[in-house]
Design a protein around this ligand. Structure first.
Ligand SMILES: [Fe+2]
Ligand SMILES: [Fe+2]
Length: 337
């Protein structure tokens, strides 16, 4: 099957080569009118032919495009990616953003193809405009985040001592994820999971949540149910597994001493381990009905005594953030209230 695909690919490239020799770059585009939007580039990225639909997508006239370089048509954030791709012969599909003549951005999937004619290398690229789909997905995600925040707010209103806990845990988790150079999508999932992680506390009676003294063992048992209760609340929501894992597993410890399942090390996803460390730091640093608040430095020192509970790399990143003062921004002023 793979051989057949490679053969088809070779045949297509030799077809492109013959077309270019016989009909010129315009001929290549005209013969490929079944592609939605496409252009032919020299190896250096200069546009030498493009389809009407590609010109329409960009807002430029075809004649204007023929004096342009592909780099001028790509959004600034994606230019170094384009530069890297133009310096290799990789032809896998990729996501990028086109910048139109009016300065608006279009989300596109680009399928590149490289072929040679008369000893010179050319590039053909097909563009699929995903802007409407991406905008719709972003609107859906924003709506989901808004609903999650409303729900979080409703839960935290019940308990003034943990008011803002989930949003501060979220901010800490994002800082850790960024320092660990996790990709944007994973960081977004961690952010969403962290913003919902204690959602199950809605099932914990208010007398237990606000109890001004240490909890009795049976009360602890009730509190320890909140990850499972939270998971049940969002089980039917159409979101990625990591978000649900964060809600269900954020009290699991690396040494197996956590709850509800006593998972260990590799059984706990990294995204969950990040929220666990952020949650713990935030909880220790925040004031509670039965004790004062601690500084971040003190909270780290307390966590250090049980460092075996935390993912080593995540804990070390968190400690670095505290020591460097990176998490002393105004967003955390509530710690000192
Ligand atoms: Fe929790
Ligand atoms: Fe929490």
């Amino acid at each position: 099957m793979e051989l057949a695909t490679e053969r088809n690919s070779d045949q297509f490239e030799s077809f492109l080569q013959k077309l270019l020799v016989c009909e010129g770059a315009e001929g290549v585009i005209n013969c490929l009118s079944f592609l939605f939007g496409s252009f032919v580039l020299t190896c250096e990225g200069k546009v030498i032919a493009c389809s009407h639909s590609f010109a329409e997508m960009t807002g430029y006239a075809r004649t204007e495009l023929y004096s342009m370089n592909a780099r001028d048509l790509i959004a600034e954030d994606f230019r170094s990616d384009l530069h890297n791709r133009l310096s290799t012969d990789v032809t896998e599909r990729y996501n990028s953003q086109l910048m139109t003549k009016s300065g608006t951005l279009r989300h596109v999937i680009i399928s590149p193809r490289i072929f040679s004619a008369n000893g010179t290398k050319f590039r053909l690229a097909e563009f699929i405009d995903q802007t409407d789909i991406v905008n719709y997905q972003q609107a859906q995600t924003a709506m989901f985040h808004d609903t999650a925040s409303a729900l979080t707010c409703a839960i935290e209103q019940r308990d003034p001592y943990t008011n803002g806990h989930m949003s501060r845990t979220t901010q800490l988790s994002i800082k850790i994820a960024r320092l660990m150079q996790l990709d944007q999508h994973t960081t977004d999932l961690i952010s969403l999971g962290a913003s919902l992680h204690d959602i199950g506390k809605i099932s914990v009676p208010i007398e237990i949540l606000n109890k001004p003294s240490k909890l009795e063992p049976y009360e602890w048992e009730v509190v320890k149910q909140h990850p499972i209760k939270g998971y049940k609340i969002i089980a039917g929501v159409n979101c990625e597994k990591l978000v649900k894992d964060i809600v269900l597993l954020h009290h699991e410890n690396q040494d197996g001493s956590g709850y509800p399942y006593g998972l260990q090390k590799d059984e706990i996803p990294l995204g969950v381990a990040i929220v666990t460390v952020a949650d713990c730091l935030e909880a220790i640093a925040g004031v509670r009905p039965y004790r004062r608040a601690y500084s971040f430095e003190d909270a780290i020192a307390i966590m250090q005594q049980e460092t075996f509970k935390f993912h080593p790399e995540v804990f070390s990143v968190m400690r670095h953030l505290v020591k460097s003062g990176d998490i002393k921004g105004t967003e955390f002023s509530a710690f000192n209230d």
